[in-house]
Design a binder for this molecule. Sequence first.
Ligand code: HEC
Length: 143
Amino acid sequence: MRHVLALTIGLGLAAHVAQAQDNTEIQLDPDYAQGEHYATVTRGGITEEIYAAAEALAAARAGQPFPYGTVITMEDHRGGTLHRTIVMEKRATWEGGTAGAWRFREFGPDGQPNMTENGSRCASCHASQEANDFVFTRDRMTN
Ligand code: HEC
């Protein structure tokens, strides 16, 4: 029974990868800034403020993969004002995607999701960071 279930889930995931990955379950947590603010990245007129839960940082420091349920939130400020907030989230049920178990979503400065961004582009670029569990700034969590 267990095998049948695993096969069904596996086939479901395979079908998903070929299509765009549904990211509409990702919400912008209004309390994300209560997590750890672990990095600021500046480039030109862009300032990025990045937040994750203490559990995620602990996993990085222990050299472990991020636990399922991890959410990383990044504010993208341009010219001093919030331009967008982007979120990546890891769930067991999303395993097998372009960026492993992570999916991606973008929110406007008003907190509303950008429905034209399905996260595929995001996943393609983050796929290069497979060795860091798909997180570019994982090393920033460990120091
Ligand atoms: C062309 C490559 C590229 C694309 C496309 C991209 N990212 Fe990233 N992302 C990065 C890089 C590089 C960083 C590290 C911060 C920096 O250098 O700006 C990053 C950082 C992040 C972070 C902080 C955690 C981490 O990985 O360091 C989140 C969250 C994130 N991106 C979400 C998204 C979302 C959502 C999208 C799509 C709307 C997206 N990214 C598209 C390259 C990309």
